[in-house]
Every structure is written in C-alpha cells, then in structure tokens.
Design a protein around this ligand. Structure first.
Ligand SMILES: Cc1cc2nc3c(=O)[nH]c(=O)nc-3n(C[C@H](O)[C@H](O)[C@H](O)COP(=O)(O)OP(=O)(O)OC[C@H]3O[C@@H](n4cnc5c(N)ncnc54)[C@H](O)[C@@H]3O)c2cc1C
Length: 379
C-alpha cells in the first residue's frame, strides 16, 4: 500500500505538530509555509498534557536539552481581593509538570522531527487556495519562487492559523463580536515554575506570566478597550467555522477556530488536536472520509465550544465581585451541565489523562467517538 500524500498548509504549532505526527505514522508529508524562517514569537505555556505529544514523538530529551522550563503550578487570580488559586500539577494529573517554551523553539523542535521522519518543508511557499474536484479537495495551489504552482494530496491539513487559507473558501467562519488586544509585554512578578493568570482589580485587563529559567516571558490580554501603546501585540478575535473537515481536508489549531485567547492554554489544545487528527489520517483520506469528516467536526467543535464557554466565564466582569465559594459553584456548574461534561473531559486531556479526542472505541480507532455515544455492550 502506498503511503497517503498529506500536504500541510502552515508550519506554526499546529502544522508542525501535525506534520511530525503524520510523518512518524508513515505518511508522505509536504509542508508549505509562507514565512522563510520561523518567527521567535513569544513564550507559550503548555499544560502537562503536552507530554503525550512529546512522548509519542520521542522528544522529551530534546525538549529538556533545549531548556524548556517546567510549569509546576498554575495560579489563577480572579482579581476579587481574595487569595489567588494555586493548582500544583504534581499528583493532579498523569504528568507532574507542563512546560514554558519559546514559540519558535517549540515549532522548530516539532519540524525537525517531521523532517527526520521524511517530511519535506517548503519555506516561502504561500498557499493560495484549495484545488476542489467534485466536492473533494485534491490538492493546493500555492505561490513559490515567483510562480503559481499546484500540488496533489490525499489529504490537506489547514494549519494556517487565523488566515484559514484552505478552509476559508470551503467553510466561511462566523466571527465572534468580542475582540481583545493580546500583547506580549513585560508584567512585574512571576516566579520560576509558576504560570500565573491574573485579572486586574479594575477588570480592564488580564495578565499572564510565563517564566523561563533565564528571565521572564510575559503577556497581557486587554479586555475590550483601546489597544494602542500596549507593546508587541495583535488584535485577537474569536471565530468559528461550520465545518472543520470535509472530503480531502481538515483544519487544525487556530484555523479550526479561535475560541479562547489564553485561559485553557490554547497552544496545548492546538498541538494535541494535531496529534489526534494525524492518528486519523487513514480514516479521513479513506473511503468513509465524508462520515469521518463529520465526526471530526462534531468532536472538535465540542472542544472549541467548551473552551469558549470557559473563556467567557473567566472574562465576565461579574467574577471580580464573587467570592471563592460562588466561583467554585459557577465552575462546577460549567463542568457539568454548562458544557455537558465536555469541560471536565477537556481538563482531563490537558492534565494528560486522556487524548483530546477519544480514538479508543469498541469498533476500532474511531475519531470523534466523543460525538458518538458508545454502543451498549451486546448481550
Ligand atoms: C500575544 C499572544 C500570546 C499567546 N500566549 C499563549 C500562551 O501563553 N499559551 C497558549 O496556550 N496560547 C497562547 N497564545 C495562543 C497561541 O499562540 C495560538 O493558539 C497558537 O499559536 C495557534 O497555533 P496555530 O499553529 O494554529 O497557528 P499559528 O501559530 O498562527 O501558525 C500559523 C502558520 O501558518 C502560516 N501561514 C498563514 N497563512 C499561510 C498561507 N497562506 N500559506 C502558508 N502558510 C501560511 C503562518 O506563517 C504560521 O506559520 C497566544 C497568542 C497570542 C497572540
């Protein structure tokens, strides 16, 4: 059997993770990336569940050698004048720490593994649009070295972030009205090993602190309001697509949807989604691909919806006026009936207890079994 030809559009976190996992599973992978080199970016906080990906790619030692900092504790300060909540990872999940790493370094780590497993990475290649034949995506048109070209694929993965270069023409996104300014600027405070999310007491902004060993990489999320003079940042706007996959294509990472600016560590969700999606390449490019595409959409949408609910809960100004007991009650409701249990599952995946999507199913490796209740056992 010949290996499926998989073309990945975009080599950010999600694209690099998808390419590395797909190549490790024997796919013939081509990555088209617009930039000529990976930008350094800011410092990303990754939840402990990221170790599932690093383990699958045998990258733990390299991550350690690259000096990725350990994230031992998550701290959440609601800005209500009470003690911030501290959640140590040790004893709480499958792994005792998450990690803090430069965006560019993490991407390069994943891309190097992809290349070692046979992937070809074309830099300076801008994806223009999908090639669609009889409702199936069969390849991509792209611009490279002054020429428009085309490449065929059994499966195209859109990992172009908010640009949605492939999925945009296939499934227009609905933009959320809420926008924020996300800036990577220095914030005072932050101790090594601690990922701190804190709301200012006036509620105008959230800050997060993502310390490295050798100093501190920090960020600011300005909630609404004016964004000028806030340092090196960008306007962040949530968006959701009706379809996250179809015949011959899927989207992953921010291209699939931007649901949460920072609260549930969206970078971890992006790379874990890429990991699971790569496990389902055979299904998504095989004869039943239309049906699997629907399940992928249903399952991933559920995750994104739940991340959005969680972010909306955190961003609601009412939180600042609530004491711990009220906050716990609100979160408990959200974990249960508020998100139909999806938030509890998502948090469990971020802690490393389970894959982001459940591919273990009595009928075989069914992607999106979250969206498909398990069959009762046959008597
Ligand atoms: C200021 C800021 C701070 C953040 N901090 C955190 C944090 O601490 N923790 C966290 O979990 N999340 C954080 N996030 C969110 C996180 O960075 C994103 O969720 C994550 O980067 C999404 O990864 P991605 O691969 O989907 O998209 P991206 O990282 O945006 O990658 C998209 C890639 O596609 C390429 N591309 C785009 N268009 C084309 C095209 N037409 N052809 C070819 N290539 C193309 C781009 O060049 C890029 O390489 C932060 C975001 C911002 C803006």
């Amino acid at each position: 059997m010949t290996a499926p030809l998989v073309v990945v559009a975009g080599a950010g976190l999600a694209g690099a993770a998808f390419a590395a996992c797909a190549a490790a599973r024997g796919a013939d992978v081509v990555v088209l990336e617009r930039t000529t080199r990976t930008p350094a970016g800011g410092i990303e906080a990754f939840a402990p569940g990221v170790h599932r990906l690093l383990a699958a790619l045998s990258l733990h030692e390299r991550a350690h050698a690259a000096g990725f900092a350990r994230q031992e504790v998550s701290v959440l300060d609601w800005g209500n004048g009470e003690q911030p909540w501290r959640s140590p990872h040790a004893g709480a999940g499958a792994y005792d720490h998450g990690c803090h790493a430069g965006y560019g370094e993490f991407v390069e780590l994943l891309l190097s593994r992809a290349v070692e497993s046979g992937a070809r990475v074309l830099r300076g290649a801008e994806v223009l649009e999908p090639v669609v034949e009889r409702d199936t995506v069969t390849g991509l048109r792209y611009h490279y070295r002054g020429e428009d070209r085309a490449v065929s694929a059994d499966l195209v993965a859109d990992a172009t972030g908010a640009d949605r270069a492939v999925s945009g023409p296939l499934s227009p996104a609905e933009r959320e009205s809420v926008t924020h300014w996300m800036a990577r600027s220095r914030v005072d405070g932050g101790s090594e090993g601690e990922f701190v999310l804190a709301q200012a007491q006036d509620g105008a902004e959230w800050t997060w602190s993502v310390p490295l060993h050798n100093g501190t990489g920090l960020g600011t999320l300005v909630v609404g309001g004016d964004d000028r003079g806030r340092g090196d940042g960008e306007r962040w706007r949530g968006c959701r697509s009706a379809r996250l996959a179809g015949a011959g294509w899927l989207s992953v990472g921010d291209a699939a949807g931007r649901a949460d600016p920072v609260f549930l560590e969206p970078a971890t969700i992006a790379v874990l989604a890429a990991h699971t999606a790569a496990e389902a390449i055979g299904l998504l490019s095989g004869p039943g691909r239309g049906e699997y595409a629907k399940r992928y959409t249903a399952c991933y949408t559920r995750i994104l919806d739940c991340a959005r609910e969680f972010a909306a809960f955190c961003l609601d100004p009412a939180r600042r006026r609530e004491d711990t007991e009220t906050l716990v009650r609100g979160l408990t409701t959200l974990m249960g009936e508020g998100t139909g249990g999806a938030l509890a599952e998502l948090r469990s995946a971020l802690a490393g207890h389970r894959p982001l999507f459940d591919v273990e199913c009595p009928d075989g490796p069914l992607l999106a079994s979250l969206a498909m209740p398990r069959q009762p056992e046959m008597r």
